[in-house]
Design a binder for this molecule. Structure first.
Ligand code: HAM
Length: 413
């Protein structure tokens, strides 16, 4: 019977059929983080609204349109976290982590919330895996961040991934560049599409994405921020690129790369998966050297990324099989049910995956069910302590010594 209630728009239930694939993604990330020394951290699912206004930026779409914000019973403005970097920087300051050896390397996984228009790969509650290295401006940290996400997507087998790399320089350099770009657009105003013309002041970078021919011709000769990097910004970017080349990580410089959060400085990157359609970014991030200061802390450079678990799963395009069962314990005789449950428990303690019938099925029904749950063998407990072991693949069945069950079931197969 269909229920009258449904999961809220833009949300979904994780059912057992996809929970295994999801667990593999999280497990793989946890192993990669552990090997590289990125310690796990978890922050609350909601924070004071101001943290995101200051951290992510009041002019971003996220803050202007997409936050789930409400007043709590004490009259405070609360927001379900739309991203994880500002909360982690808040925690870094709150717990005095700037006094630890730097950089502090952290990793996280959990739900995030954005009130976006739902579509394939875009949800209102989604899940990110992320890593942050806080307290260093070394290009080594940028390169390591990119390597970790490369490893994650590689180990999971996400197909058709492209790494796009850019640099925004310092905030001052970026401001100067945007003025230059606007001047270029204004000088060619007549050749631009209406859409781009109307947004010269609001968002001049969008002109790079236009599919209008006239606009594209104008953009072919437009200055790019990457060309305008100078001094330490240019050196930093060159160093990150050299490190990626040494590590054999392929990338494409994308001089028009932009990200939807205001805190980025210098390196930015995006991992795009061609098979994903409109929501093609599986993960991305960059350096945010001014964020901690923005939140009231000391100047603290940092870099990190987050990847969307749902997008990774979509890109992988398959549900993972559940774990198989080493054995199913069936009873030929009702009197054996207690023994079956006790024995299942004993075998589980020994590390085996074992199920028993909990629904009072007949022996025939139990064998059918054992097949359904993918049990390799069925141990049939008979009256008087006897037992038969049935191989579900070959259908062979033979009596076994009840004293040697662990060896029998734990062994080959
Ligand atoms: P972001 O680019 O906003 O960055 O999100 C990171 C990833 O989360 C995206 O690449 C995408 O895979 C996934 N994602 C974002 N929005 C949705 C959505 N509505 N539905 C499904 N998946 C989504 C950040 O959040 C930064 N905190 C990343 C970062 C960490 N930068 C530095 N450190």
């Amino acid at each position: 019977m269909a229920s009258k209630y449904q999961a809220p728009r833009g949300t979904f239930d994780v059912l057992p059929a996809n929970a295994h694939a999801r667990a593999r993604v999280e497990r793989t990330a946890a192993e990669i983080f552990a090997r590289a020394g990125y310690e796990p951290i978890a922050t609350p699912a909601f924070e004071d609204t101001e943290l995101f206004e200051r951290g992510v930026g009041r002019s971003t779409d996220i803050v202007r349109k997409e936050m789930f914000t409400f007043e709590d019973k004490g009259g405070r403005s609360i927001t379900l976290r739309p991203e994880g970097t500002a909360p982690i920087c808040r925690a870094y300051l709150e717990h005095g982590m700037h006094k630890l050896a730097q950089p502090v390397k952290l990793s996280y996984v959990g739900p995030f919330f954005r009130h976006e228009r739902p579509q394939a790969g875009r949800y209102r509650q989604f899940h990110q895996i992320g890593a942050e290295a806080i307290g260093t401006d070394s290009p080594l940290a940028d390169a390591e961040a990119i390597m970790l996400l490369t490893d994650l997507l590689g180990e999971l087998g996400v197909p058709g991934v492209e790494l796009r790399l850019g640099s925004l320089g310092s905030p001052q350099a970026r401001r100067a560049y945007l003025e230059e770009l606007k001047a270029h657009l204004r000088a060619n105003e007549g050749k631009l599409s209406k859409d781009v013309r109307e947004r010269i002041d609001l968002n001049p970078l969008r002109a790079f994405d236009s599919d209008d021919e006239g606009t594209q011709a104008v953009m072919a000769s437009a200055p790019t921020i990457v060309e305008r990097l100078d001094g330490e910004d240019a050196e930093h970017f060159a160093a990150v690129r050299a490190l990626l080349e040494t590590a054999g990580i392929a990338y494409r410089i994308d001089p028009t790369l932009v990200r939807g959060l205001d805190y980025y400085t210098r390196t930015i990157f995006s991992f795009v998966c061609e098979g994903l359609g409109a929501q093609s970014e599986v993960g991305g991030g960059g350096r945010y050297d001014g964020l901690i200061e923005q939140l009231g802390g000391p100047p603290t450079p940092a870099v990190g990324w987050a990847a969307g678990i749902e997008r990774i799963l979509l890109a992988l395009g398959e549900d993972e099989e559940g774990i198989g069962r080493d054995a199913f314990l069936a009873v030929a005789d009702e009197g054996q049910r207690r023994r079956a449950l006790a024995l299942a428990s004993e075998l589980r303690h020994a590390g085996l995956a074992v199920e028993v019938d909990l629904a009072g099925r007949s022996l025939k029904g139990q064998l059918k069910h054992a097949d359904r749950v993918g049990a390799r063998r069925v141990l049939i407990l008979e009256s008087e302590g006897g037992a038969q072991l049935r191989d579900m693949e070959s259908g062979e069945q033979r009596p076994v010594d009840p004293a040697r069950l662990l060896e029998e079931i734990g062994g080959a197969g």
